[in-house]
Design a protein around this ligand. Structure first.
Ligand SMILES: [Fe+2]
Length: 307
């Protein structure tokens, strides 16, 4: 088994780097920390909340907007070679990062492969941290980049990939979609059925519910399309707000995500929720996000009386 520790970064293509930078800084509230040639790097971590500050957590790269790569680091950097060997034994074509590729990602080692859906996954060892403080262009209250929604062409198959070859555990299901944890956070990735691969949404945690509501009014005033919320997830208990960014990428702010602590791991049982609006939002907000919308009314049919 390959022991991932945390999500480190996303690398996302864009056809317009300047407008992607504008959105990431002035709307989302990330800090631009570098622009090197055709890529822009953003930081998001508040050390006081997260305990450390990743060098960067998002990169926009000039190119095809459907090019997405997701970077994870290992619990133990010494397991890097073994991780590559396990992936190759499982039939995955593993690319070992060149020195230049590692420098661009600001890591000591990197390998990449495709998950069964075709999502580009990168596993890194000894990624850079920074001693510099995160200071965003807009005070959205972001404390850190926390999780992604990832598209899957076959949720049970990809759940098995992430939970057997890698160390992900199912925290809950909504329909077929597993919400997966690799550390104490309820989910670091969630697999949503979709006809296409790629990142489905990008989550940043914010300090408190006031930040969610401040952003709701801020985004509306700026003409940004709100696609879900404000609401509260029935699964992770987090209060959320989803909005649309460049190339229709969905961004999320949330606060209050549940943790499953080491002492609770042994007794924790994932819960099955129906694929229904109330499983995504217990307040009644309806998603304008294709992967969250349910046309399967049978699963949300009210219970019949026993009489
Ligand atoms: Fe989310």
């Amino acid at each position: 088994m390959i022991n991932l520790y945390d999500i480190r970064y996303l690398r996302i293509g864009t056809s317009n780097l300047d407008s992607a930078i504008e959105f990431a800084t002035r709307i989302v509230g990330l800090q631009l920390v570098g622009r090197d040639g055709k890529a822009a790097y953003f930081r998001s971590d508040n050390t006081a909340v997260r305990g450390d500050t990743r060098d960067h957590t998002l990169v926009y790269v000039e190119g095809d907007p459907s090019n997405h790569a997701i970077g994870f680091d290992l619990r133990n950097a010494e397991e890097f070679d073994d991780a590559g060997a396990q992936l190759e034994r499982a039939g995955h074509n593993v690319h070992y990062g060149t020195q230049q590729e590692c420098e661009l990602r600001r890591v000591r080692q990197m390998l990449s492969f495709n998950d069964p859906t075709g999502n580009r996954i990168e596993v890194v060892a000894r990624p850079f941290h920074t001693g510099l403080r995160y200071h965003p262009a807009r005070g959205a209250g972001i404390t850190h980049f926390s999780h992604i929604g990832l598209r899957t062409s076959n949720a049970p198959r990809d759940e098995a990939f992430w939970t057997r070859l890698l160390n992900a555990r199912v925290s809950d299901w909504i329909g077929d979609a597993p919400l997966l944890r690799i550390n104490t956070i309820h989910h670091t990735l969630a697999l949503f059925p979709s006809p296409n691969p790629g990142v489905q949404h990008i989550n940043h945690q914010v300090e408190d519910i006031d930040d969610v509501m401040r952003s709701y009014y801020f985004l509306r005033e700026k003409g940004v399309k709100i696609v879900f919320g404000p609401g509260r997830h029935a699964t992770s208990s987090a209060v959320f707000l989803y909005f649309e960014g460049p190339d229709k990428m969905v961004y999320e702010y949330s606060v209050g995500v549940k943790h499953i602590l080491p002492q609770d791991e042994a007794g924790y049982r994932p819960r099955q929720f129906p694929f229904a609006p109330e499983s995504f939002c217990m307040w009644g907000s309806l998603p304008d996000i294709p992967e969250f919308r349910s046309d399967k009314k049978e699963e949300s049919t009210p219970l019949r009386s026993a009489a």
